[in-house]
Write a protein that binds this ligand. Sequence first.
Ligand code: HAM
Length: 427
Amino acid sequence: MDIRAPRGVRDILPDESWKWAYVLDVTAKTMADFGYAEVHLPVFEQTELFSRGVGDTTDIVEKEMYTFLDRGGRSVTLRPEATAGMVRAALEHGLCVHGASAKLWCQGPMFRYERPQKGRYRQFCQLDAECLGLPGPVADVEIIALSAEIFRRLGLKNLEVVLNSVGCPNCRPGYRQALVDYFTSKKEGLCETCIGRLDRNPLRVLDCKLPDCGAIADAAPAVYEHLCGECTSHFEEVKAGLTRLGFVYKLDKRLVRGLDYYTRTAYEILSGDLGAQNAVCGGGRYDNLSESIGGPHLPGVGFAGGIDRIVMVMEQQGASFGERPQPAVCVVAQSEAARGASQVLTHRLRREGFAVEQDAGDSSRWARSFRAQMKSAGGSGAAWVCIIGDEELASGSVAVKNMNTGDQVVVPDAEVTRTIQTATSEV
Ligand code: HAM
């Protein structure tokens, strides 16, 4: 077959998908423990949501969106991130009217036309939490603590919290000007892209990964001297709150994040085991996003973690994904005549709540020998094998084999469940 998955996307096959299920289970439990309710958002939105919400001078909007006209001629975009969609949904459904706040989370695929490399895909999965309607620093601290707690429960090690403030519309123009002045004086050392960014979005120059630009950006004016009084005290309270909870963090004046909606807090959690794409999550405050998409003032703070990267780090660090799901029971038909009875037993045990595997071949094709069936039952991890042969068929019984001890008993068909449950509860 010459049709393959498009570049930059991948299939999550059974050897990996159960690990994803574990990460999502832990995430869902942690979100619930922090009071976050799950929502399911559409995978595509009106393009304007992102151009206005994420910002049309960002790389995401300028270069990375999967945008197309639908058959009705409307411009729609596969979501590159979830925050704008979450705010849109909260506004559309009045979740935050009359000063109400909402703590919401979601997970699912996001799409960005980026250059694929390790840990960077064109379709990737995020878990995302958004706290809407709360302007104070306590919410920022809670969001950072929530992301860190998910990673702690997943057993991730060697992580670093990196923190910054990007100010607000009151203080950013002053800081922006300081950056323009500084970078203009160093223009000859900057890459073409950064020179282009200078006028349109000078904060982005701080983010450049090229060594020459990086060296210049390292010596650029820090935002801290330019923050207004309110942003400064917000930042101080976030830092104090994190310290109170025992978090160690590093300040990084170059952390501006790739989305334009941020105000005040910006943060990332980095892994020492990921290489260049080392952020397992990123987030921050976005008090003006709602207004930029035509809504009322609605402060917000949130984060998103990349599931692909989280699983990758866990694998690398040998973290536990819990138990891989496996059948508790395998049902084996020893003869063709016993196949019907084995099907009925399988069905019954499944309805009783057991995870059951059976050889689903039939006599015309695929039917496998007793030996082959026993071999795969042995390899399946099932603790029990129920065997029905001609003798059992004639007497309405089943041979129940305990795969851990090798013991085998023949019991009446109606006694199979009790036999397994009794032996299991004795262990
Ligand atoms: P982001 O930093 O663009 O933020 O993405 C968050 C996380 O998604 C990254 O730290 C990374 O783990 C993962 N990620 C991003 N791009 C890729 C990719 N191409 N391949 C694999 N993983 C990727 C946001 O998306 C914001 N919406 C976060 C946020 C929520 N801010 C406030 N609320």
